[in-house]
Structures are given as structure tokens and as C-alpha cells.
Design a protein around this ligand. Structure first.
Ligand code: DI6
Ligand code: FE
Length: 416
């Protein structure tokens, strides 16, 4: 792996670009006008029509975009990237007819990844997660959320979160860490769910937050995981520490989790296949992002579609993410998720693109620094070898990245 510190600086004048629709909300220019981006000290200083470039930026070192389409750096706002082992065996079990819930009840599922994660040390977890991260980055990802939730004990959750931070530093990518201690009941707490939630709230979360390892707090609110009351207990603990919350909500059933999360001002509610009208209304009022995870829907061969039309009608922002995890979404391409969001969920191309940029950034509370190309934001943008933005969602299994500028450095590609 190349260390991020060796990536060349992206400072200079990027010209010969075509801006994807809505990529630079502040810039007024015709769709077919040549665009330019001025970058100094790793920050975007100006973006707009090349012909309107202020004289002060003319002397910057040139970077020729060669007519490439440019979008904001992509944001993968929901991943469980750090874990030990893999679960291809469950894939085989499901092919033989078992359901996800049956596999979980039989001791597989999340708990089998917990075993493998507990057995692995920090360096091993790092070595296993790094190539997965590199795959996602190769698709133009510039910010990523990484959850804990496969440790389910203080030292093991700490290990996961520390690896997440290390991955961000080593690869020069923005990482937001989410504490998901309430992901599943660890075997040693079987039948003592209340005791485990007390541990999560009173010991694990305060300790990890004090170590600066927690940017947000998540819960898996589901029949096979934690109840609404337990979810609220975790939200209370997060609130006491001033941490934002998000929720795995209504994936397998309507638990009323989205409305609860909205009451706590949640950044996002994720999955939401079984989201009710009340849940949508609560999310609309609180400005909570709906995170759509077509990879999990596809892997589980779910048939309950998330209520896209109602979310759209309510104006709830929709994000799209990989939900990368070893059980239900071993996906390593955010572009493929755009394709699936369009094909399976009937998102439009602009919705899918906003779903992996501006709305995904908001789902992480990163809207001031990611998800758009704008003056004063760090330089995170991608040059694509495509004619039309629709191609980003249209091809699948194709990686039309030409250049990735990440955290003000040229992380992929460069000058022709
Ligand atoms: N929802 C998911 O999609 C993942 N976790 C969750 O709460 C699945 C995790 C796994 O099966 O390992
Ligand atoms: Fe998930």
C-alpha cells in the first residue's frame, strides 16, 4: 500500500473539466461550459466556468482534466468494514434455503464474526480491512463511515475503532467512526439483554468516547437484536455525552425505530425497508437522512422495497451506501450500489448521485466539508472517463475513475 503522505499535492488549477449536475451548488455555469477548480493548500478556492476564472488564479500550476466529468468525492456513509474472517459459508447455507434470521439463531450471523474479530489482534484486523478499503477508494470514495459492533466487549470494540482511525490516517481518507456496541447480544450475555445494554451505556460508550474513538452512536433495533426501549437507553447515553445518533431501523420489521431516532435528532435511519408513514413524517420533521442499502436488500433477496416514492414526496434526503459487512452485504463498490439503487429501488440518476455525495455527507454530519465542490471546502473530487453522469450508475463492474483528489492530494491517477 502507498502511504497517503506520498501522494502528490493537488494544488493548482484544474481545467478542461465538465461539472456533473449539482456537483458545485454555488457555481453558475452552462451544462456544456468548460469548468475549472482552483486548489491551494489542499482547499478549493474557486469553482466555476473556466472563462470566468478570477485573474488571481491564472498563474497556478495547471492540471489538464482532458474533458473529464467531475463530481464531488464519493461518501460511503454506512459500513462495517473492520472485522475478522468472512462468512461465505452462510452464503452457502442461505443458498440451501436458510433465512438470515435462521442462520443468526443457529449461532451464525453476527456472532460468528464476533468470534473471529475477538480472536484477531489490531494489526491482523488492519491487514484484513485495508485491501477492502482500497477497493472502495478505487471507486472514488473520499469519506467513509466505519462502525464497531463485532467486538461487543470494551477491549474488542476499542480494537475495531482504533483500526478504523488508523485506516483513515494511513490511506488519507476521512473516516467517521460509529460505536455500534448494541449490534447483537454477545453469547456471554445470553438471556441478559438488559445487563448488556447497561454495560454498553455505562462503561463501553463513555470509555471509548473519552478516548476520542466515537463520532456517532448506532443501534441495531430489530426483533433479532435490541428493542425500542433498549435503543432509547443507548440514545440517552449518547445524548449525555453530546454524541449524535443513527439507527439500523425497520430492516426486517417495523419496530417504530425511525420515529424514536428522529426524536433524538438522528443523523440518519438506515435500511428502512419497513418504514411506516409516521416514520417518514418524523424523519422529515427532524431532517434525518434515509440511508438506502441495496446491497443488503439484494443479498437477502428481500422483497419489501423501502418506501421510495413516499420518501421522495416528503422531501426526505436519500443516501445510498454499501453497508459493507460480512453477513448481508459483502459489497466493495459504491458505484455498483448506485446501479442497484436505480435498478432495484427506482432512484433516478441524479438521486443516486446525490445519494453518494451530498446526502451521504449529511448522514455523517460532514456537509460542511464533503459531498460538494465548493469554495472553502477541502479538495475532494473525482474526474471520470465518462461522457454522461448517467454512466456512473449505468455500467456495473466498471471503474471509470480517471483521477481522485482526496484530502487535497492526488490519490489516484494524475496528469495524462
Ligand atoms: N444490519 C446489517 O445489515 C448488518 N448489521 C446490521 O445491523 C449485518 C451484519 C452481519 O450480518 O454481520
Ligand atoms: Fe449495517
Amino acid at each position: 500500500m502507498k502511504q497517503a503522505s506520498s501522494f502528490p499535492s493537488a494544488d493548482g488549477l484544474w481545467a478542461g473539466l465538465r461539472l456533473a449536475p449539482d456537483a458545485a451548488p454555488g457555481a453558475a455555469l452552462d451544462a456544456d461550459a468548460e469548468a475549472a477548480i482552483a486548489v491551494t493548500e489542499g482547499m478549493v478556492r474557486w469553482v466555476g466556468a473556466r472563462s470566468a476564472l478570477p485573474a488571481g488564479f491564472e498563474g497556478l500550476p495547471p492540471h489538464d482534466g482532458g474533458g473529464a466529468l467531475v463530481t464531488p468525492g464519493l461518501v460511503d456513509c454506512h459500513t462495517h468494514l473492520v472485522y475478522g474472517g468472512q462468512r461465505a459459508n452462510e452464503f452457502a447455507l442461505r443458498l440451501a434455503g436458510a433465512t438470515y434470521e435462521e442462520v443468526a439463531k443457529a449461532g451464525g450471523g453476527i456472532v460468528s464474526s464476533v468470534r473471529a474479530t475477538r480472536e484477531a489482534d489490531e494489526d491482523t484486523l488492519f491487514a484484513q480491512a485495508a485491501p477492502r478499503l482500497e477497493q472502495l477508494l478505487a471507486d472514488g470514495v473520499c469519506a467513509i463511515e466505519i462502525k464497531s459492533g463485532y467486538g461487543l466487549a470494551l477491549e474488542h470494540e476499542r480494537k475495531q475503532l482504533r483500526v478504523a482511525r488508523r485506516l483513515g490516517e494511513a490511506h488519507g481518507v476521512t473516516v467517521r467512526t460509529t460505536f455500534l456496541g448494541a449490534h447483537a447480544l454477545p453469547p456471554e450475555y445470553a438471556g441478559r439483554s438488559g445487563d448488556y445494554i447497561d454495560l454498553v451505556c455505562n462503561q463501553m460508550l463513555p470509555a471509548l468516547a473519552a478516548e476520542g474513538l466515537v463520532d456517532a452512536v448506532d443501534v441495531f433495533c430489530e426483533r433479532i437484536a435490541f428493542s425500542l426501549a433498549e435503543t432509547e437507553q443507548v440514545f440517552q447515553a449518547a445524548k449525555a455525552l453530546g454524541l449524535p445518533v443513527k439507527l439500523h431501523a425497520e430492516q426486517l420489521s417495523d419496530m417504530g425505530g425511525a420515529a424514536l431516532a428522529a426524536r433524538y435528532g438522528a443523523l440518519s435511519c438506515d435500511h428502512i425497508e419497513h418504514l411506516s408513514a409516521e416514520g417518514i413524517e418524523a424523519m422529515r420533521r427532524s431532517g434525518t437522512v434515509a440511508v438506502l442499502l441495496p446491497g443488503a436488500y439484494y443479498t437477502l433477496r428481500d422483497t419489501q422495497l423501502p418506501p421510495i416514492e413516499a420518501l421522495r414526496a416528503a422531501g426526505v434526503p436519500m443516501a445510498v451506501s454499501t453497508d459493507h459487512n460480512p453477513g448481508t452485504s459483502p459489497a466493495l463498490s459504491l458505484l455498483l450500489m448506485m446501479n442497484m439503487a436505480c435498478t432495484l429501488f427506482r432512484l433516478t440518476v441524479p438521486e443516486a448521485l446525490a445519494g453518494v455525495t451530498v446526502h451521504a455527507a449529511r448522514a455523517l454530519g460532514l456537509q460542511k466539508t464533503h459531498g460538494a465542490i465548493a469554495e472553502g471546502m477541502p479538495a475532494n473530487f473525482v474526474l471520470w472517463n465518462v461522457r454522461d453522469a448517467a454512466e456512473l450508475a449505468y455500467w456495473f463492474g466498471q471503474r471509470p475513475v480517471r483521477t481522485v483528489v482526496r484530502q487535497g492530494r492526488i490519490a489516484v491517477g494524475g496528469q495524462p
